[in-house]
Design a protein around this ligand. Structure first.
Ligand code: TYM
Length: 328
């Protein structure tokens, strides 16, 4: 039987953080051992907000470098910039023609962003359709993501079914791969909202490339509560529960085990241990990042785009034939 295909994407908005890593990127890396993986720096998704083109160019390259530093291996995985493969956009249009606008209006990420003052442009509104096109273009079976993308994956599955019902069985229905813990790493400054790239407060997130000193400072100043017990209680103790999840993911020790060790030793000791664990988990990534050469990474991305285009052209033909858009 053919190997199954994995697809996932990361927006190059700078600030790649521990939530991205523990929620999604760690799984991206692991899946390379047993699947055909397609990983994409989704630059078209990132231009729905106002941006500076020069800065964006360097953010795109940095995102590619961070992904390679975490362990994305361009010799094993198809790895490229979304904008360099125009088949994403064509499929997005075709799927958009079958997406009710009411469904898009109910997407929580869209509603949240508009509520926070982002311009409600067509790109932001249609964003989940482009995401569905990314995934379906390669007939992906599995999509490693964090919890915040769950609703977008549901839409992708609906669109795949809708397409198959109307035009014949073309797309597999993709499954989400969402980790059991750390599917939603929370902000260090407000543990009731998720860690995010766009929070104006730098202390709310640990960046993958933060130095050990900075990591320690951010974790020491993480918002907790006044009851000194370290125990797992996401509703009652969201800050401590978040740190327990982070430490558990970084050390591969169970939360119970950590609570047993740190339960009554006070927050200071616990936070130091969390910082040590995060610093140790990020150290190899920072080292690998330092050793990457910009020119070489740009060359790898150009090669990735060529390979991806070749593959995407084949899949594009299947969709064009099914929908009556083939060359006559
Ligand atoms: P993006 O760039 O915002 O985030 C990349 C991945 O990180 C996950 N993530 C988190 N996981 C746990 N805790 C957090 N605090 C946290 N914050 C972010 C996200 O769930 C995501 O998996 N729409 C996507 C990009 C995308 C995509 C795709 C993903 C475009 N096309 C196709 C999968 C398949 C996004 O904005 O991710």
């Amino acid at each position: 039987m053919d190997r199954q295909t994995v697809f996932s994407g990361l927006q190059p908005t700078g600030n790649v953080h521990l939530g991205n890593y523990l929620g999604a990127l760690r799984n991206w890396v692991k899946l390379q051992d047993s699947y055909d993986c397609v990983y994409c720096v989704v630059d078209l998704h990132a231009i729905t907000v106002d941006y500076d083109p020069k800065q964006f160019e360097s953010d795109r390259l940095e995102a590619a470098k961070v992904l390679m530093a975490t362990g994305i291996d361009p010799d094993r995985s198809l790895f490229y910039f979304q904008s360099q493969v125009p088949q994403h956009s064509e499929l997005s249009w075709i799927l958009g023609a079958m997406t009710p606008t009411g469904v898009l209006g109910r997407m929580t990420q869209y509603k949240d962003k508009v509520a926070k003052g982002e311009a409600a442009n067509l790109g932001l509104f249609a964003y989940p359709v482009l995401m569905a096109a990314d995934i379906l273009l390669y007939h992906a079976n599995l999509v490693p993501i964090g919890d915040d993308q769950r609703q977008h994956l549901e839409l992708t599955r609906d669109l795949a079914e809708r397409f198959n019902n109307r035009f014949g069985e073309v797309f597999p229905i993709p499954d989400a791969l969402i980790p059991e813990t750390t599917s939603r790493v929370m902000s260090l400054t407000d543990p009731t909202s998720k860690m995010s790239k766009t929070d104006p407060n730098d202390k709310s997130r640990v960046l993958i490339l933060d130095s050990p000193d900075v990591v320690r400072k951010k974790i020491r100043s993480a918002v907790t509560d006044s009851d000194p017990d370290v125990r797992f209680d996401p509703a009652g103790k969201p800050g401590i529960s978040n740190l327990l999840e982070i430490m558990s993911a970084c050390t591969e020790r169970s939360i119970d085990d950590l609570v047993e060790e740190y339960g009554s030793r006070g927050y200071g000791k616990f936070k130091d241990a969390v910082a040590d664990a995060v610093i140790a988990a990020l150290a190899p990534i920072r080292n690998a990042y330092e050793n990457l050469d910009d020119e070489e990474v740009a060359r790898i991305m150009r090669r990735g785009a060529l390979d991806a285009r070749t593959k995407a052209e084949g899949f594009q033909q299947i969709v064009r034939e099914a929908t009556g858009l083939a060359a006559l």
